[in-house]
Design a protein around this ligand. Structure first.
Ligand SMILES: [Zn+2]
Length: 65
C-alpha cells in the first residue's frame, strides 16, 4: 500500500511517482475534480438579490438603476 495511492476521481491505484498531479492519478482526473467543484459552485442557486441592501446603490434597488 505504501507504493500506491488511490485516485479519488477514478479510484484507480497509481504509483507514488506520479506526484505532480497528487492526489489524482493524472491531469485528466485533476481537471475532472476541478470541474466537479466548479460545477457545484455554479449549480448553487443564488438568493434573490433585490431584497439585499448590499445590492442597492444609494438606496435604489438594482431594477431601477
Ligand atoms: Zn484518476
Amino acid at each position: 500500500m505504501n507504493e500506491a495511492f488511490r485516485c479519488p476521481v477514478c479510484e484507480r491505484r497509481f504509483p507514488r511517482t506520479a506526484r505532480q498531479t497528487m492526489p489524482f492519478c493524472s491531469t485528466r482526473c485533476q481537471q475532472i475534480d476541478l470541474g466537479r467543484w466548479l460545477g457545484e459552485q455554479y449549480t448553487v442557486p443564488e438568493p434573490p438579490s433585490l431584497l439585499d441592501p448590499d445590492e442597492f446603490v444609494d438606496g435604489v434597488p438594482p431594477d431601477q438603476w
